[in-house]
Design a protein around this ligand. Sequence first.
Ligand code: TRP
Length: 333
Amino acid sequence: MTKGRIFSGVQPTGNLHLGNYLGAIRNWVALQADFETIYCVVDLHAITVPQDPARLQQATREVAACLIASGIAPQKSILFNQSRVPQHAELAWVFNCVARLGWLNRMTQFKEKAGKNRENATVGLYAYPTLMAADILVYLATHVPVGEDQKQHLELTRDIALAFNSMFGVDFFPTPEPLIYKTAARVMNLRDGSSKMSKSDDSDFTRINLTDSSEMIAQKIKKAKTDPEPLPAEMAGLAERPEARNLIGIYAGLSGREEAAVLADFAGQGFGKFKPALADLAIEVIAPIGARMTELLEDRAELDRLLDHGAEQAAAIAAPVLDEVKQIVGFVR
Ligand code: TRP
């Protein structure tokens, strides 16, 4: 018996790093044990802002390869890219005719992404959340693992499900529950503990890329910013030491242990001791993922075959759901 059906999506962005792994990917892998899992690389969402076509293709394959290399097993999960399953876009149109302008106007992510020049944002960027609702509801998913920043979109998804049901007098769509990633897993910049680890930072030494070699991982950790104090015994002692706290958080994430437990192990030691231990652990976890990812990307035919298969499995669930929607709405089929 599974606990329900999970759907989640990830944008096809290049340069995946440790923050992506500890924030989302690792959770997705773990959820496979208890849920039916459907994971999607959201290329339709990607084009809500301008994309270079060749780059988009490459990034879509990279993210898919990264997920597989991290342990999203094609035998356990459905993995595909969004544009391969047309039911997402079809249901999104229906939801565009359910959701209200007033609801979308409240979306903070649109305001942030559109910036000052809102008139110039694409209609797609504005309608981004109705497509996201369609992603989830076209599978009648019950749970959606997302970061804190996507919580509002998930609330909107629930509102759309309820509004559809009441508009048509049916009890058709479920109201999916968010599974919010633990904020403790927030991975910060290795050179500045007050900003997030990011793929777009100019300096490569601020992040650990999932494709970094073992030597590179070791070097980046060696050069990570710290302070001269030894590690304290309690978490409270890290309150004013963001860089130290970040490294402890990374160690905890990579080892699957609580931060407090990690700290207890290293209490009283300096970074001269802690950093080599962290480097060993990071190499042990990350290097095999990078290696497998590179292998998958070199065998493009095999990777594309896996995505093909995923799209077929996804469509097998989505098509009958969309068929029922069409009947409910009153389309001649
Ligand atoms: N908007 C999500 C993000 O940027 C990606 C996404 C698209 C998604 N569709 C989804 C996440 C459906 C969960 C469920 O992170």
